[in-house]
Design a protein around this ligand. Sequence first.
Ligand code: SF4
Length: 252
Amino acid sequence: MALTVYPLVIEETYPGRMSLDDARRAATVRRARRMDRILATTYPDARCELDFASPLELLVATVLSAQCTDQRVNAVTPALFARYPDAAAYASADREEIEALIQPTGFFRAKAANLQGLAQVLCDRFGGEVPESLEDLITLPGVGRKTANVVLGDAFGVPGVTVDTHVGRLARRFAWSEHSDPERVETDLMGLFPRKDWTPLSHRMIWHGRRMCHARRPACGVCPLAQQCPSFGEGPTDPIEAQRLVRTEGRR
Ligand code: SF4
């Protein structure tokens, strides 16, 4: 069941009129926002870790980042971006040449096909430009809601919750969502936070997931969220052992 925003003012104005369910939901909102404030203090520089200078470059880099580290994507994109400066260049390119350039990112044949496919659609339907709406972006080959929200948030400044593997895992650990379906997690998080926070919240969660709250052994013993997190103890609670699990540069 999706979580719903319940204005805190109701609780403050009519404390006796809240049902137990409303009170629990309001408490979840308060705890979620408290945790995000801690993440904001912990990761003041949290941002997209892909290198790009235009919406098209971010779209291409995000497609390449599937099953690949941002660091590896950033290693191949300078040559790729220099070779193909616009959508038309990708659409008319030699497929094997694209494949060779992006091979280190893995799944290079499928990714090259997606890049050419989406470039062709950009040329045919959007005048060669990356569209600024979620509805249009997800019509592009290889572009789902996750990629679309990255592009909207980081290239166009349109707030969006990006549910990648880290955000989904942390949302469940934090008890912000009980769902495994990314779209339902996205809806739950949108209900917990104001719209202006959706994009920076996504970055902070991704940074925390990459650096500390790992899938297998989260560094609970040194985690700044330890007192707020219902999953404290999933990883080592001994500070020395936990500190060894912290990745200062994240999985880039
Ligand atoms: S306490 Fe542990 S499970 Fe909770 S956020 Fe921190 S590292 Fe993750």
